[in-house]
Design a protein around this ligand. Structure first.
Ligand SMILES: Cc1cc2nc3c(=O)[nH]c(=O)nc-3n(C[C@H](O)[C@H](O)[C@H](O)COP(=O)(O)O)c2cc1C
Ligand code: SF4
Length: 303
């Protein structure tokens, strides 16, 4: 999203190498009289110019330094060169992340949740708008406050789905969703609700002591994609920090369908929720990675 230019260039430090002009995606900078200058009136404020300048002559004020400061670790601010990382270890991290469905009743330190949000924000975003939003549910009580609203949603939905005539009528007028829900989810949701009511077994959040709800402002260029990319960063980092995680789609759907639900955890109308990430210390450890199913992979080459 193009916005106000906040880039400044120190003319004394600038040696005129032209790199910042070369990498600027918005053509905000140009070379004038052998020096780089801000000539455009709009900027993505992406910081490519600041990151590439060998002389440290460029500053982008819109970039918030505190977003790169973490509490639980010190990141290396030197740019990692292409090819300079152990791919085998990266793949090991990716393949070792599994959905955790048994969390220990041990709280997660707030500082870890705050760090995870900042890690989420290192993801790419459409036109660099970074309009994703993170709602931290830092305690089991906060997670369950959302759970209460979700529970009411499913109680009502299951009551509707039990009505055979309603399912049939909706199907006849081209709305088969309730019938599909009845066939695919009704029974397991009914069981989950009963287990929770009978013995407080939490089949929705799996007993998670914390969660991060990732949304995005609706005016973002590609809100869903941005929120999902930030979420994947959080999932991988959570594993590296000793936490288990699980995406809870069963909590996202009700928030999409009933706007009042997101309000119960303070999310305003101009945002949409895309993921709920349950977080906590895992009750089990795995022995090995399991691999993936076969996917459709094709290549296309013109004649
Ligand atoms: C969009 C999405 C929604 C999901 N929703 C749920 C959910 O509501 N409850 C749950 O236990 N797991 C949920 N999962 C976890 C998937 O079941 C899990 O990722 C999949 O079985 C693969 O296992 P893995 O994550 O351990 O690799 C969801 C995953 C995705 C990507
Ligand atoms: S990258 Fe730095 S030194 Fe090179 S032209 Fe831009 S401001 Fe000047």
């Amino acid at each position: 999203m193009l916005g106000k230019v906040t880039t400044t260039i120190d003319r004394i430090l600038c040696t005129g190498c032209g790199l910042c002009v070369q990498v600027c995606p918005a053509k905000t900078l140009s070379m004038r009289n052998g020096k780089a200058e801000v000539t455009g009136d709009r900027s993505l404020n992406c910081g490519h110019c600041q990151a590439i300048c060998p002389e440290g002559a460029v500053n982008v004020d819109a970039i918030d330094e505190t977003m790169s400061q973490f509490i639980n670790f010190e990141p290396d601010k030197n740019w990692l060169r292409y090819g300079d990382f152990d791919t085998a270890q990266l793949v090991r991290l990716m393949a070792s992340r599994r959905s955790c469905r048994n969390f220990l009743p041990k709280p997660v330190d707030r500082s870890i949740l705050d760090d995870l949000v900042k890690i989420g924000c290192t993801a790419p975003s459409g036109t660099n708008c970074q309009l994703w939003t993170f709602t931290i549910l830092p305690t089991r009580e906060a997670v369950m406050a959302l759970g209460k609203g979700i529970r009411s949603f499913y109680v009502k939905l299951n009551a509707m789905a039990e009505n055979r005539l309603l399912r049939l009528f909706l199907k006849l007028i081209g709305k088969p969703e309730l019938d599909t829900y009845y066939r695919e989810y009704y029974e397991s949701v009914r069981e989950g609700l009963a287990k929770f009511d009978r013995s407080s077994i939490d089949r929705l959040f799996h007993g998670a002591p914390a969660a991060i709800v990732v949304g995005c402002k609706t005016k973002a260029t590609l809100p869903k994609e941005d929120a999902l990319l930030a979420s994947q960063n959080i999932l991988l980092a959570a594993h590296s920090m000793g936490l288990g995680s699980c995406l809870i789609g069963m909590a996202v759907e009700p928030m999409k369908r009933d706007a009042r639900l997101q309000k119960t955890i303070g999310i305003p109308d101009d945002e949409k929720v895309y993921t709920v990430i349950a977080l906590g210390y895992p009750a089990e450890n795995y022995q090995r990675t399991a691999g993936s199913k076969k996917s459709v992979v094709r290549s296309f080459e013109p004649w």
